[in-house]
Design a protein around this ligand. Structure first.
Ligand SMILES: [Mn+2]
Length: 199
């Protein structure tokens, strides 16, 4: 990869429910400027940027007067689109990434294949209906939206965990680490890591 080829994307999406402007740099350093209107969601997305060493700028005006659903789901759609655009033709990338990430009593497994084929495997339980203004039901919806718009095979599973804040944060961090690993360029991979020749 030439130095000038920094992998990044800007995606804008406006509907009657949400207005989103997102900038993502895959080859970043963890810088984040995030304002979704949902404090806990901002905390999660900043964690995603920090631990994946991505740069993320995100401004959302959503219909929070309804609830958090459209805002969280639509950010998932837009973030997935930005990931897909930023990684481009997937030349020389590792393609697979995985981690078992601990956070206090919580243990989260995340595995990614940037296969081009969307799939979400998600298994978790939560105790509370929400953390702050973030509904725990929306965690799966968020990752589902990403997996479909990015075209990635994504498995996330809670192995252990009691505290919903830890469980969700563990998932965002694990997703970030696995995605970082999957998107890293390996100098030994001269083309695209598939016997088909494309992903
Ligand atoms: Mn936290």
């Amino acid at each position: 990869m030439a130095v000038s080829e920094i992998r990044q994307a800007t995606v804008k999406r406006k509907t009657s429910e949400t207005d989103i402007a997102l900038f993502l740099r895959i080859d970043g350093s963890g810088e984040a400027e995030v304002d979704t209107g949902i404090g806990f969601f901002d905390h999660m997305l900043k964690s995603f940027a920090k631990h994946g060493l991505f740069d993320l700028k995100l401004k959302v005006t959503g219909d929070l007067i309804v609830d958090c659903h459209h805002t969280i789901e639509d950010v998932g759609i837009v973030l997935g689109e930005a990931i897909k655009e930023a990684i481009g033709d997937k030349m020389s990338i590792r393609r697979y990434g995985d981690i078992i990430l601990p956070m206090d009593e919580t243990l989260i497994m995340c595995a990614i294949d940037l296969s081009g084929r969307p799939y979400l495997g998600f298994e978790s339980t939560f105790t509370a209906d929400s953390v702050g203004y973030f509904d725990t039901q929306m965690v799966k919806e968020f990752f589902y939206a990403i997996s479909y718009s990015a075209g990635m095979n994504l498995h996330i599973r809670k192995i252990a965990g009691e505290n919903d804040h830890h469980i969700i944060e563990g998932m965002f961090k694990a997703f970030a680490k696995a995605l970082d690993e999957a998107t890293v360029k390996d100098t030994r991979i001269k083309t695209i890591l598939s016997t088909k020749g494309s992903l």
